[in-house]
Write a protein that binds this ligand. Structure first.
Ligand SMILES: Nc1ncnc2c1ncn2[C@@H]1O[C@H](COP(=O)(O)OP(=O)(O)OP(=O)(O)O)[C@@H](O)[C@H]1O
Length: 434
């Protein structure tokens, strides 16, 4: 699939912007702080309903505005759909597909993208929450219907945790409603655990292949899961599993559900004592290792980078093989400046035959020049097509203080619905993306 056009209103630093995109490789060039990442952030938001940079939607709305609108034309084979998202301050977000109101989370069924940005280093070097986020985004990309199980699970954890807290605060006996929440926690939690296990199994090969292709060595990258259910059971010597095993044994849904219930029984007193839900996929961690050593704390900067990038490229390959809607759109935000010439060329060859690739760079000479890029120049919130010869002017202008080019593209009449219309069209209020 590919994005044909992006329109923004009051999104980040754009009062309005029109960005036409071509099939194949697209390059957005501009000095630091001009709005390149903001454009690809808007595109990627349609795939995951969240920003890859911030938690919540507040920062995506232009300072001083109370809502932002992003519209996108997406072509998949012969089919073209128009997607629209309105992000609102203090109100539920809204979404439309071809002008019809839908719940925002339905948007992810129509668009698939894999974005890689320097922030993704947190997948391998940061806290478990960053790795869980990678897993959840991957599940959503593979099975858009999983968004319901993920949302239901989060809701159950919140409500169960608040019941545990109130039981602790009142000092009462265990309420009977806890077992109802336990059943739901196990039901949705097991769905997520199984989908994660399948993902790890399917991702292991593509991860290894991309790591080898990118780095050009025979290092051995591995994936595993540290599941809190297994960890709780093994504390009492009940479990067959080791929580940090890089290869999880094949366990049936029923067995997983039994183990989950058993783990909940074991930790119940501690949960009430602390007012926290202690076991379930929200406490699990993705275990990443290279040549038998954990990536976090051991791998070099370059190895960590290549590992994170290979995870994303491996996921893109999985989605490509599984989807009937065509390739996911590949977004590489500010990636090339970090790589040496050999890795730049190898990365480009890994993504070169995807239907659409969108790359941002502050310096055009950082990206391989033997690629037929469609080039756009981004400057102070304006977007303009760019000839190859403009390149030297951009590079020579330096980072700060250069006069922005006075060019604006015209709105695309196909996708032009005014923000007032979008707000007053009687859209169903959906669940907020943030
Ligand atoms: N909600 C907002 N309202 C107004 N301006 C914003 C908002 N959020 C971000 N900006 C501004 O957008 C500008 C461009 O940010 P962006 O991250 O897209 O730059 P970039 O071109 O990718 O730069 P770099 O090459 O340094 O990564 C920044 O100057 C930032 O202050």
């Amino acid at each position: 699939m590919r994005v044909t056009h992006l329109s923004l209103g009051d999104f980040r630093n754009y009062a309005s912007a029109e960005l036409p995109l071509a099939a194949g490789p697209n390059l957005l060039v501009g000095q630091n702080g001009q709005g390149k990442t903001n454009l690809v952030e808007a595109i990627a938001y349609f795939a995951t309903l969240r920003s890859h940079r911030v938690t919540g939607d507040q920062a995506l709305i232009r300072a001083g505005s109370d809502s932002a609108v992003a519209r996108m034309g997406v072509r998949s084979g012969e089919r073209e759909v128009r997607l629209e998202l309105q992000l609102n301050q203090g109100r539920a977000n809204r979404a439309q597909v071809n002008g019809n109101s839908v719940r925002p989370r339905e948007i992810t069924r129509w668009f698939s993208a894999i974005a890689f940005a320097p922030e993704d280093l947190i997948i391998v070097r940061g806290e478990p929450s960053g790795r869980r986020r990678f897993l959840d985004d991957a599940l959503l990309a593979r099975h858009p219907v999983a968004s319901a199980a993920l949302a239901d699970y989060e809701k159950v954890v919140r409500q169960r945790t608040s019941l545990l807290k109130s039981t602790r605060n009142r000092g009462t006996t265990v309420p009977s409603t806890l077992s109802i929440w336990n059943d739901q926690l196990v039901e949705y939690g097991v769905q997520i655990m199984i989908a994660r296990r399948e993902l790890l199994r399917d991702l292991a090969g593509p991860l290894r292949d991309h790591y080898h292709a990118l780095v050009g060595s025979d290092h051995v990258p591995r994936l595993g899961m540290a599941e809190s259910v297994a960890a709780s059971l093994s504390e009492r010597g009940v479990s067959r599993e080791t929580p940090n095993a890089s290869e999880l044994p094949d366990v049936s849904r029923e067995t997983l559900a039994q183990e989950f219930h058993e783990a909940l029984r074991m930790v119940q007193a501690r949960e009430i004592d602390r007012g926290v839900t202690l076991v379930g996929p929200h406490r699990d961690d993705l275990v990443l290792s290279l040549n038998g050593l954990p990536v976090k704390g051991y791998a070099s900067h370059g190895e960590s980078w290549s590992f994170a990038l290979s995870l994303k490229l491996g996921l893109a390959e999985l989605l490509r093989a599984e989807s009937s809607a065509g390739d996911p759109v590949i977004i590489l935000d500010d990636v090339f400046a970090e790589l040496d010439a050999g890795r730049r060329a190898r990365l480009m060859s890994a993504v070169g035959d995807y239907e659409q690739v969108i790359v941002t760079a502050a310096v055009e000479s950082d990206v391989p020049d033997d690629v037929s890029w469609q080039r756009m120049r981004i400057s102070a919130g304006t977007v303009a097509p760019m000839e190859r010869s403009d390149d030297s002017a951009v590079d020579a202008a330096g980072a700060e203080g250069a006069a922005p080019p006075v060019v604006l593209t015209t709105p695309d009449p196909e996708t032009s619905v005014s923000r007032a219309e979008a707000r007053d069209d009687g859209s169903t209020e959906g669940d907020s993306g943030g």
